[in-house]
Design a protein around this ligand. Structure first.
Ligand code: F6P
Length: 504
């Protein structure tokens, strides 16, 4: 926090993300004022950025959805948050159904998402989707430029994620037109693909994405590999650039664009604290008695229902394990948390149906009067309950087919306060490049997943403990606050503050 204080002195942060940090929703709840309740999204990103925004008193620009959001904001979409201690501005940008269809469900989630995750069978491209994405990015860029104009001190614009690939160049253009200055940077929360994959975008969209991202002064990815993929795409697809790969620097339109790896993390103390509560210990014990009695191994997995997470592949591996190792029957129970996500898209809905059908089929095939192999939590689970589930797990299986980082792996390690759990982790996650001590698997190779599960189940107690201790020690040194500090330190290095620190 001290470092953060130093990096933020004299600066005003203008943040742009698709999801908002405070959402107003209609509610029948008796405590809701005028039938409107406030929802705070549970994600780690908001929990790290919200206190930072409170300190810098900047502006967070995001998609305002629903009528309750409109009623609680001013005419210009602005309101002060958090409600209990108003200290920064939330600026909501309104999208209509056609915008959501083209920008969010369309280009962001049916083109960029599958391409970045290298899952081409889900890739769909439509001219209308790109046009909407471009138009919506332009509206967000307008809002950001307006907020920069209001900002006292040096403005730093920080853009989040693949929803806004086109926005950085647009923000730069608008600021240049009005003679304003700001440092512009972007964190890309998902993988970045190599050129052969990005080539699958129609030329206009492909150029719009790359040139849009080159509007940044600094681009942050989770891993060196994604950062290098971005540089390779620029080298292959954008004419007239020079680059110094060894310096992670691109010379474009007379400016330098810096690129770097900044692996994201979680609020480790918060998860650990949740898992250490007496209530979590009780709940974990209850789960163990109910599902892991008589020394049975308790496996856990936690995901949004998304085709990148390898949920059907994981279920196939469990089915095969019970088939080829009869001694595992009644000795391994899996708690599968699978939360519905992006259900408006046909591919997500179809996946949800497939997961439900596979779980039912496996349970019908192997259940005995005393034992059900898979216990499905098909819902959104709060952080307290999640921490108890992680604490109860003897092993956690992350089988993503491709994943920018995968925070579930880190959450499991933070919550495994009894230090007896084994992490079985897909090699195809950013986390696998950082975490040492997991059993690594390739989710496409079902035989290998089965072997990894058997290795984890058979791992001697002392080895489990040693590995988990080492993973926990390392995680404590790399929390989401360290991630944030390392990015702000890089911004500070590239653009030292010109203005005197503002009185807070
Ligand atoms: O970076 C991936 C991401 O957009 C996360 O920010 C978010 O938690 C997750 O995917 C869920 O996505 P959505 O906002 O589409 O529900």
């Amino acid at each position: 926090p001290q470092d953060l204080e130093r990096y933020l002195a004299g600066r005003t942060l203008i943040l742009l993300s698709n999801r908002e940090p405070y959402e107003h929703v209609r509610s029948e709840d008796a405590s809701a004022e005028d039938g409107i309740a406030l929802r705070r999204p549970p994600g780690g990103l908001v929990s790290a950025l919200d206190p930072t925004m409170q300190r810098t008193r900047g502006t967070w620009v995001a998609w305002g959805s629903g009528s309750a959001d409109r009623e609680t904001a001013g005419e210009d979409g602005r309101l002060m948050v958090p409600p209990e201690c108003p200290s920064y501005t939330l600026r909501r940008v309104w999208l209509d159904d056609a915008d959501v269809e083209g920008y969010y469900l369309g280009f962001a989630n049916s083109a960029l998402w599958p391409l970045c995750h290298l899952l081409l069978q889900h890739y769909e491209t439509r001219a209308e989707h790109w046009a909407r994405y471009h138009a919506v990015n332009a509206r967000f860029a307008d809002a950001v430029a307006e907020e920069v104009a209001r900002a006292p001190g040096d403005a730093v614009v920080w853009i989040q994620d693949y929803h806004f690939a086109a926005a950085p160049a647009m923000v730069r253009e608008r600021l240049a037109a009005t003679g304003q200055k700001a440092f512009i940077h972007q964190f890309w929360h998902i993988p970045f693909p190599p050129p052969d994959i990005l080539r699958l975008l129609p030329t206009e969209a492909q150029q719009g994405v790359l040139r849009g991202m080159l509007g940044n002064d600094l681009l942050e990815f989770h891993t060196e590999r994604y950062a290098m993929n971005f540089m390779d795409c620029v080298a292959a697809l954008v004419p007239d650039v020079q680059m110094r790969r060894e310096h992670r620097r691109i010379h474009f339109e007379g400016r330098e664009v810096h690129v770097g790896a900044f692996p994201i993390s979680i609020d480790v103390a918060r998860y650990e604290g949740l898992a250490r509560r007496a209530e979590a210990a009780r709940r974990a014990e209850q789960l163990r008695v109910r599902y892991g009695a008589n020394g049975a191994t308790l496996g856990v997995s936690v995901d949004r229902i998304d085709y990148t997470k390898g949920i059907p592949e994981r279920l196939r591996a469990l089915d095969q394990l019970f088939e080829e190792a009869p001694e595992m029957r009644e000795c391994l129970t899996f708690l599968v948390v699978a939360t519905p996500s992006r259900s408006e898209l046909a591919s997500y809905k179809a996946l949800e149906d497939e997961v439900l059908a596979s779980v039912a089929a496996i349970n019908a095939r192997w259940s005995t009067p005393e034992w059900t192999p898979i216990v499905l939590f098909h819902e959104n689970i709060g952080a307290e309950e999640l921490a108890a589930i992680y604490r109860a797990g003897d092993l956690c299986l992350v089988s993503s087919l491709q994943d920018g980082m995968n925070l579930v792996a880190k959450e499991f390690v933070a919550c495994n306060v009894d230090e007896q759990g084994v992490l079985v982790l897909s090699r195809l996650t950013g986390a696998a490049e950082e975490i040492e001590g997991a059993v690594l698997i390739n989710p496409f190779n079902v035989d290998g997943v089965v072997a990894g599960l058997r290795e984890a189940i058979a791992m001697p107690q002392a080895q489990r403990r040693a590995r988990m201790r080492a993973m926990r020690a390392r995680l404590r040194r790399a929390t989401i606050f360290d991630w944030l500090a390392s990015i702000l330190a890089r911004v500070d290095e590239l653009a030292p503050p010109a203005a005197e620190p503002l009185p807070r």
